[in-house]
Design a protein around this ligand. Structure first.
Ligand SMILES: [Zn+2]
Length: 183
């Protein structure tokens, strides 16, 4: 307590005194917090005020940076959106085809999309599933898959074709590069 008193006296000597009325529960909160931090209530309030204004200053000082970041972010989002749009345009072969199905297929592979656990597509030669494909999209596989025609294993990074299917919710159909080229 002697230390606190001394500190208080020292502060009083240099500093201006500002008095304020606070509700009883705020007072007890301040006292409790001051005890917890081993500060005087006066010191605690001063810290809080200084922190608050420091915070405001920092925010004001950072506004330029924030704006720059936002512009860069907007630019990046625009770029990604354009890339996705390009892929959709390539994917939609004829006007009037199921653009929404193609778009959702593209969304699955959209840049920055969180990558699901690498479970190999268990695609086997299934004529019905192949028949539902209305277009093949030339892609680079990002996870292991199996060619639906020759059962070649497609590794991550290999050239492949992915089927755009009428059955939007069906499993993906893959072709290896050789089978895709020989269509
Ligand atoms: Zn194949």
């Amino acid at each position: 307590m002697d230390d606190e008193q001394a500190l208080l006296r020292e502060e009083r000597r240099k500093d201006r005194l500002i008095q304020t009325r606070v509700p009883r529960d705020l007072e007890s909160t301040l006292k409790r917090e001051a005890r917890r931090r081993r500060l005087t209530v006066s010191h605690l309030i001063r810290n809080i005020l200084e922190d608050t204004f420091q915070l405001v200053d920092d925010v004001v000082a950072n506004v330029d940076e924030i704006v720059t970041d936002s512009v860069e972010l907007a630019r990046r989002v625009g770029r990604d959106a354009r890339r996705v749009a390009d892929v959709v345009r390539d994917a939609v072969v004829a006007p009037g085809t199921d653009a929404e199905a193609a778009a959702s297929d593209v969304r699955d592979r959209a840049p920055h999309a969180p990558e699901p656990a690498a479970a190999p597509d268990t695609t086997q030669d299934d004529p019905a599933r192949l028949a539902s494909v209305y277009a093949w999209n030339r892609v680079i596989a990002n996870r292991p898959a199996t060619c639906a025609r020759c059962a070649t294993e497609l590794e991550r990074g290999s050239d492949a074709f992915v089927g755009l299917s009428e059955e939007a919710n069906g499993p993906r159909v893959w072709l290896c590069a050789a089978c895709g080229e020989s269509l």
